[in-house]
Design a protein around this ligand. Structure first.
Ligand code: SF4
Length: 574
């Protein structure tokens, strides 16, 4: 079976089991192939997390896979801004030479790395970390630093981890600047929202200026004036404290410094704050009483508030909802989730050492359980992989060897993935680095300056910052002010159109990949995915691209045993 490019489908089996790669849920899907075209897509009933569920976005994955803008050759920018195709050897040699020139002239820390895979596209990130180490790069960021680092900072100060909610079982679900009907973020979001809305014993509270799809389903829509979320949350917390709806035992056992917090909340002028945020005081009081009398509460804050004013304060106040009411570590409440590999550095890498003085003992016990649950799930999935309908079948031994290799490498490079873990502030603006990530809105200021320590080169992997970050015109100026810019991507994005070199990657369905956004508890899923198709001719997987550049730099180790030994023990996929 082949398409017009001559690439062949690996198997006569036309059904492939894989995952949607469009959001962090990574729902399991089955694809029916027509040559290289995705003819039909439906949910994988056997997927342990999504259980057959998909939203409508997954049904259009052929647009990603077979987009006419796919790139099939390395591209080099000409002086007039047009691009010419070059072969891989030329691209790799020239890029390596120019990276080395920047490193040797200005220092490797002036080479900035951004991105490192999309949703479910993270295996190559470890090789990206190897290139960062090879050139001595220290500064890194990705889209998470556009909105999530404020929450990470609060997480780090409060308890040294990241929390999520068990919405499948919560009696009360609270969404702050979040519309999970569209943006999901937890497994089977739409069926879960429908179940909460239908159940008279459960309630949904939405804090959003907009009457979103989720807000329309809510029992309490706190329709704040835009940018006033903090006043609304403070008023709600004040009601919890003054009407004694808090969990004194939990607070006494698991927190320190609560007296000052409770005293401050008792002073909140509830009526005044209700007026400021534009939400009727009685509605705030009713929502607070619903939270304070529920057997379980889970909360979720997201971009709607995290890209607004006072977002870090909003994160703190949002977390106080479940901390003051003791909604932690039980079904339907909040949890410190497990994950196979951390995708960022520690929650906070600037400021004083984090002392997780809250929930420490309970969290430690739960994390141990979470790790065991994850390990067991991984084992089952790896075993199941051999018998599943993938176009490239693997043996148990192969899958286990791959997993061992990945886990070993992950453990070795985890601190390198977030190099900012050792750097506390950026070079030019001296901005704090949180979770190893340079604040996105300051990246262009680290370039467009005559400061001697300004960034001189940028390596962008599977991200499109010139389009997705604030101030695109500024990004266009910054990209062209660099001595060197390299983009790895599957298509000619807005950012790729500004780069000196564009390197075409194989799609997520053309290589081995994995889903690392596994943020659930206690049932967590890591999915190692076999390729569905051969790589599109002219493309390479990210690990191969990184390996070639590292070799061209002369930075490959003499004895790569930690990588080559597991690889040698793998049998070839049949
Ligand atoms: S919820 Fe996310 S992962 Fe699942 S089908 Fe929709 S976009 Fe894909």
């Amino acid at each position: 079976m082949s398409d017009k490019t001559g690439a062949k489908v690996e198997s006569s089996d036309t059904t492939a089991t894989t995952a949607c790669i469009l959001c962090e849920c990574n729902c399991g899907i089955e694809i029916t192939l027509d040559g290289r075209r995705f003819d039909r897509i439906h949910g994988d009933e056997q997927h342990p997390a999504s259980q057959g569920y998909t939203c409508q976005k997954a049904l259009r994955l052929d647009h990603y896979q077979n987009n006419p803008d796919r790139i099939t050759s390395p591209l080099r920018r000409r002086f007039d801004g047009t691009y010419e195709e070059i072969d891989w050897s030329t691209a790799v040699e020239e890029i390596a030479a120019r990276l080395a020139a920047v490193r040797d002239t200005y220092g490797g820390d002036k080479i900035f790395f951004y991105g490192g895979g999309g949703q479910g596209n993270h295996l190559g990130g470890m090789y990206g970390a190897a290139l960062q180490a090879a050139v001595g790069a220290k500064y890194y960021s990705n889209a998470i630093a556009q909105e999530k680092t404020g929450e990470f900072w609060v997480d780090g100060k409060l308890y040294g981890g990241h929390t999520k909610g068990d919405f499948a079982q919560s009696e009360v679900a609270v969404f702050v600047g979040k519309n999970p009907w569209q943006s999901h973020s937890f497994p089977r979001a739409r069926p879960t929202l429908k179940q909460i809305a239908r159940d008279p014993d459960r309630s949904m509270i939405v804090l959003d200026p907009r009457r979103s799809e989720t807000a329309k389903m809510a029992d309490f829509h706190l329709q704040v004036r835009s940018g006033t979320d903090a006043w609304c949350l403070a008023a709600l917390l004040a009601v919890l404290v003054r009407d004694d709806l808090i969990d004194h035992e939990f607070i006494a056992e698991h927190t320190s410094g609560s007296d000052a917090v409770l005293a401050a909340l008792r002073e909140v002028p509830i009526s005044d704050y209700a007026q400021r945020c534009g939400v009727p005081e009685e509605l705030i009081r009713s929502a607070a009483h619903r939270i304070g009398t529920a057997s379980s509460v889970a909360t979720y804050e997201d971009l709607g508030t995290q890209q607004g004013p006072h977002s870090t304060l909003v994160s703190y106040l949002n977390k106080l909802i479940w901390i003051l009411t003791g909604n932690f570590g039980e079904p339907g409440t909040m949890f410190l989730h497990s994950s196979l590999i951390p995708l960022t550095g520690p929650p906070q890498s600037n400021g004083p050492e984090c002392t997780p003085n809250l929930l420490r003992d309970k969290a430690s016990r739960l994390l141990t359980m979470a790790f065991a649950a994850t390990a067991s799930r991984v084992g089952k999935l790896v075993s199941a992989l051999a018998g599943r309908r993938t176009t490239a079948s693997v043996t148990d031994r192969t899958a286990k060897a791959v997993l061992d290799a990945v886990a070993t490498r992950a453990a070795a490079v985890a601190p390198v993935i977030a190099p900012g873990g050792t750097e506390k502030y950026t070079l030019v603006t001296k901005a704090p680095i949180i979770a190893g990530l340079v604040p996105c809105n300051l990246i262009t200021e680290e370039i467009l300056t005559d400061h001697p320590d300004r960034l001189r080169a940028m390596w962008i992997d599977a991200n499109n910052p010139a389009h997705s970050l604030a101030d695109s015109p500024q990004w266009r100026r910054a990209m062209r002010a660099l001595d060197l810019s390299v983009v790895i991507d599957v298509a000619m994005t807005e950012t790729a159109r500004l780069a000196d070199y564009v390197l075409p990657a194989s799609s997520q369905f053309e290589k081995w990949e994995a889903s690392f956004f596994n943020f659930e508890f206690p049932h967590n899923v890591f999915q190692l995915r076999a390729p569905v198709l051969d790589p599109l001719p002219g493309t390479l997987s990210e690990p191969e691209i990184y390996a070639r550049v590292i070799r061209a730099l002369g930075a490959a180790p003499d004895s790569p045993d930690p990588v080559s030994n597991p690889a040698r023990s793998c049998s070839r996929p049949s």
